[in-house]
Ligand binder design. Structure first.
Ligand code: ADP
Ligand code: MG
Length: 401
């Protein structure tokens, strides 16, 4: 089941939203509706869904409707039309008690302006959400301390927010959202006010935290680089509408229209795309336990001439070719003897494609993406090398609008 599902959602600001909604449904544009009725279409007939554990980014220029959309997701504002499902429950239909409970239990929120209480310590700020839920002091301080540590602020528990830099204050904001232990984090331009270097640190840490804690993140930004870096998938908004949803790679390689094309055309793919953006799961894997006969069968099934070998915990062991597998089988030799390890090049998920070009040109095997010793995915040499060619022929890419 989707963690968040937004279905045909519309928000119109003004005195008679239903009238404007009719116009919208008749195909009138935001600008025309504003001109003729004075009403503003904030979000227009938008749909998307976010899977559990997914990092979903909404990207668009200022005024495109991002904040309106995220506020509809936790129903800080009422929709004009459409539904928002959180874990399958329609938040737009909930009564007040259920809504409050859903927000507290499921939806953590981090804003651009940190919204910290100046006269409270870091610890008390982080524990605030738990305090208003009536959690006792000991438990909330325990949880608050843990999330303060998670965001790297251990030692600052009794500081007051104004003693901290902007980046650290935003860490407090993040810790406050984490302390509530919600599955979902909603982040509206949370890093947009930070200096570039601090911002990069925060991005890296958020990715690590999300991975470690398994959060589902709905993250808003107006910054394309930030979106490409963070998002498992990205929704691009324009004038209240979602114009494309896709992975970084989808959006760079197949922009849905001229607007998106113009947005992404100056991006150097190799400097933005990371291994995790282009890796895929290996079609087949085998373990020592399976033995050479099984390995051969698996290769035959998919027509592969080699297979990656992992142990039961998915730790990467090496590559076995079909010839060696047959030899191991016929001569009753352990597969381990034939494993190729030295010639296999590894990258981590955040290695830039740019740094893999040289490797791809030299190696004969796919590049493995290893995270904590485990095989996260593989990248074919061709995908890197052909990606480069595409990048160079950018001018010839045609777009339709
Ligand atoms: P973003 O977050 O992408 O910058 P917003 O969601 O804040 O965009 O705004 C989307 C559109 O809705 C804009 O045209 C904005 O002026 C309008 N808008 C947002 N909030 C209100 C409001 N409370 N009343 C009237 N118009 C609003
Ligand atoms: Mg905004």
């Amino acid at each position: 089941m989707n963690k968040i599902e937004v279905s045909n959602l519309t928000k119109i600001f003004g005195s008679h939203p239903q009238q404007a909604l009719k116009r919208l449904k008749n195909g009138e544009q935001k600008e025309q509706i504003l001109d003729e009725t004075g009403m503003t279409v904030g979000v227009s007939e938008s749909s998307f869904s976010v899977k559990p554990g997914e990092f979903f980014v909404i990207m668009g220029l200022s005024g495109s409707g991002k904040s309106t959309l995220i506020r509809l997701v936790n129903r800080l504002i009422e929709p004009t039309d459409g539904e928002v499902y959180i874990d399958g429950d329609d938040i737009t239909k909930m009564d007040k008690d259920k809504l409050i409970e859903t927000r507290r239990k499921k939806l953590g929120m981090v804003f651009q302006k940190f919204g910290l209480f100046p006269h409270r310590s870091v610890l008390a700020n982080v524990g605030y959400g738990l305090e208003i839920q009536g959690v006792n002091k000991q438990e909330r301080e325990e949880k608050a301390r843990r999330s303060i540590e998670d965001v790297g602020l251990k030692g600052y528990e009794s500081s007051s927010p104004d003693e901290l830099s902007g980046g650290m204050q935003q860490r407090v904001g993040l810790a406050r959202a984490l302390a509530n232990d919600t599955d979902i984090l909603l982040m509206d331009e949370a890093f947009s006010a930070l200096d570039p270097l601090i911002r990069k640190d925060m991005q890296d840490e958020l990715l690590k935290l999300q991975y470690k804690l398994g959060k589902t993140v709905l993250f808003i930004t107006h910054d394309l680089d930030e979106a490409l870096k963070l998002g498992d998938r990205i929704a691009i908004m324009k004038d209240g509408r979602i114009v494309q949803v896709g992975t970084s790679e989808d959006i760079l390689e197949n922009p849905a229209n001229e607007y998106v094309f113009n947005f992404v055309k100056d991006v150097d793919r190799s400097k933005v795309l990371e291994a995790s953006n282009v890796m895929r799961k290996p079609e087949v894997l085998t373990t020592f336990k399976d033995g050479p006969r099984m390995a051969i069968r698996k290769m035959e099934e998919v027509g592969a001439s080699s297979i990656f070998v992992v142990d039961r915990e998915n730790n990467f062991k090496g590559l076995l070719t079909i010839d060696d597998a047959i030899k191991a089988y016929n001569e009753h030799i352990s597969m381990e003897e034939f494993l190729i390890t030295d010639d296999i090049h590894s990258a981590s998920p955040d290695t830039l494609l740019n740094d893999l070009i040289g490797v791809a040109a030299q190696t004969k095997y796919p590049i493995t993406v290893i995270e904590d010793g485990k095989l996260a995915g593989i990248i074919s040499r061709v995908s890197i090398l052909s990606g480069l060619v595409l990048g160079k022929e950018e001018d010839e890419v045609t777009t339709q609008s």
